[in-house]
Design a protein around this ligand. Structure first.
Ligand code: CO
Length: 450
C-alpha cells in the first residue's frame, strides 16, 4: 500500500472510531475534548475566571453538547479563522415514563428529534445513549454520560402478510408504529434501573438517585467501507460528524504547526442544528459571540480592536451536502450536481439559506488552491426549497464573511448514511490550510488572502 493510500485509510479508521465513540451530541463533545487534551488543550470553565497564555490551546463547552476551541496567538490578533459544524443528528428520543406494555412486551415511548427518514429505523439493532442526572445525597446534581454500546432495542416491521399494500406507499405513524421493543414484559425490566446498572451503579443506593435523563436511540450497526473498490463508506451520523472530525483534525494539525502567529484559529461545534439551532447551546445562541468577546477582553483588546479583527476574519460553516442521487437524478440541479469522491462541496442559495456569496466563494477558492484540494458546487433545483445549516444563523450574532461547505453524501438523515472514502482527507487538508490562512480587509470588499 502506498503511503498516501495508507494515510487515507488511517484517516478513515480515525473517523470510524470517532463516530463509534460519539452516538449523541454529548459524546461528540467528549470525543472532541479527548483529541484536544491529547495535543495539550486546556479546559476552561464558564463559571471560573480565565487566564489565557500565548501559544496555548483552550476549549470551553456548554451543556456538554457544544464546544469552542481556540489557540491564543503569540502576536496581537489580526483575525479569527472559524470552522463551525454540528454535534447532533436526527434520532429517536426516549420520553419520560417511557415504558409501555403491549402483547406481553415492554416498549419504549419515543419521539422524533430532528427531520429523520423514519423507514430505515425498522428491523435494525438499536442501542441507547445520552446522559443521566444523578441527585447525590450531598445536594449535588451530577451529569453522567451513558452508552449501552450493544444492540438493545428493535422496531419490528409488520409482516407483509398483514398488510399486502405496504409496498405501494405507507405513511408511518410515529406514535403507533415506531415504539421499539426493549424487553419481555415478564422480565419487569425498569429502563432507568437497567441503564444505571449498565453503568456499574447501584440503583437502590440512595446516593445515586437518577432524577432525569436525555436518552436517544441510535443505529448500532458499525461503520464500514463498501463499493467495488471500497470507494464508499456507510456509517451513522456522517451528517455532521464527518465535518466535525475533519475540521478537528485540521485544527489539530494547524495548532501543532503554528508559531509566532497573529491568527486565532477557532473550532466551533454546535448542538441542535437538526432542530433549528434555537437553544442555549445552538448556533442561534450567544455562545460564540460571548466566548470571542470574553477572549478579547482577557487579552486586553478594546471593542474597536474586536470590530477591526472581525473585518478580516472568516468562517467556514461545515455541514454535509447532497450528492446527486443515481435513482433520482431529476431531483438535483441540472448543472451543479455534486458527486461522492468529487471533492469538497461549496453550497449556494440565493435566499441566503447558505451564506456563500461571490466574495466568500473567492476566498474559499484561494484557500482550496493553496491546499491543492478540489471542490465542486451545489445549488438546489430552483423549484425545491432544500435544507439550511449553521452559517446564516450564526451570522445573525456575529457578522462575518462566511462560506457554506460540506462533503457529498447520500441518504442524509437516514439511520445509516453513505459518503465517498476519498473526500475526508481533502476536508482535513483544507481545514489545516484554512486555520493558518491570513485574510486582510483592505477596503470594503477588497481582501488579501495569504
Ligand atoms: Co447537517
Amino acid at each position: 500500500m502506498s503511503s498516501k493510500q495508507d494515510d487515507k485509510e488511517k484517516k478513515l479508521d480515525g473517523l470510524f472510531d470517532f463516530i463509534e465513540a460519539s452516538p449523541t451530541a454529548f459524546h461528540t463533545v467528549s470525543s472532541v475534548k479527548n483529541v484536544l487534551k491529547e495535543i495539550g488543550g486546556l479546559g476552561l470553565k464558564k463559571h471560573e475566571a480565565w487566564e489565557l497564555e500565548e501559544g496555548k490551546l483552550y476549549y470551553v463547552s456548554t451543556n456538554d453538547s457544544s464546544i469552542i476551541a481556540f489557540r491564543v496567538p503569540e502576536k496581537k490578533i489580526h483575525s479569527f479563522m472559524i470552522a463551525a459544524s454540528h454535534s447532533d443528528s436526527p434520532a429517536l428520543k426516549v420520553k419520560p415514563n417511557a415504558q409501555i406494555e403491549s402483547a406481553g412486551l415492554s416498549l419504549l415511548n419515543v419521539e422524533k428529534y430532528g427531520g429523520m427518514l423514519m423507514a430505515p429505523w425498522f428491523d435494525r439493532p438499536l442501542s441507547l445513549a445520552g446522559r443521566i442526572i444523578i441527585d447525590k445525597s450531598d445536594g449535588r446534581l451530577e451529569s453522567r454520560l451513558v452508552d449501552i454500546k450493544r444492540p438493545l432495542c428493535v422496531i419490528p416491521s409488520l409482516a407483509i402478510h398483514m398488510d399486502r399494500n405496504v409496498n405501494s406507499g405507507h405513511e408511518i405513524n410515529m406514535q403507533k408504529e415506531m415504539l421499539p421493543v426493549f424487553a419481555d414484559a415478564g422480565a419487569k425490566k425498569d429502563l432507568l434501573k437497567f441503564v444505571t446498572e449498565c453503568m456499574g451503579l447501584n440503583y437502590e443506593n440512595d446516593d445515586v438517585k437518577v432524577v432525569a435523563d436525555d436518552l436517544y436511540l441510535y443505529d448500532a450497526s458499525p461503520a464500514c467501507r463498501c463499493g467495488a473498490d471500497e470507494e464508499f463508506i456507510l456509517a451513522r451520523h456522517l451528517d455532521d460528524l464527518e465535518c466535525v472530525y475533519a475540521t478537528l483534525k485540521g485544527f489539530e494539525q494547524a495548532c501543532l504547526d503554528m508559531d509566532k502567529t497573529d491568527i486565532m484559529p477557532i473550532l466551533a461545534v454546535f448542538d441542535n442544528e437538526e432542530v433549528g439551532s434555537m437553544s442555549k447551546q445552538g448556533a442561534d445562541s450567544a455562545f460564540l459571540y460571548e466566548t470571542i468577546a470574553r477572549i478579547c477582553e482577557k487579552l486586553g483588546l478594546s471593542k474597536e480592536d474586536y470590530s477591526k479583527i472581525l473585518a478580516s476574519s472568516f468562517m467556514a460553516s461545515c455541514d454535509n451536502a447532497h450528492a446527486a442521487h443515481p435513482n433520482y437524478p431529476e431531483k438535483a440541479d441540472p448543472v451543479n450536481r455534486p458527486k461522492m469522491n468529487g471533492g469538497i462541496v461549496v453550497k449556494y442559495s440565493a435566499n441566503q439559506k447558505y451564506t456563500t456569496d461571490a466574495l466568500s466563494k473567492a476566498i474559499f477558492h484561494k484557500i482550496c488552491q493553496a491546499a491543492q484540494v478540489d471542490y465542486q458546487e451545489f445549488t438546489n433545483r430552483s423549484d425545491m426549497i432544500g435544507g439550511s445549516t449553521l452559517g446564516n444563523i450564526s451570522n445573525s450574532h456575529i457578522s462575518l464573511n462566511t462560506v457554506d461547505i460540506g462533503l457529498a453524501q447520500l441518504a442524509m438523515h437516514s439511520s445509516m448514511e453513505m459518503a465517498g472514502s476519498e473526500d475526508l482527507k481533502d476536508l482535513i487538508t483544507f481545514s489545516e490550510k484554512f486555520f493558518k490562512t491570513k485574510i486582510t480587509n483592505l477596503e470594503e470588499s477588497n481582501y488579501i488572502v495569504e
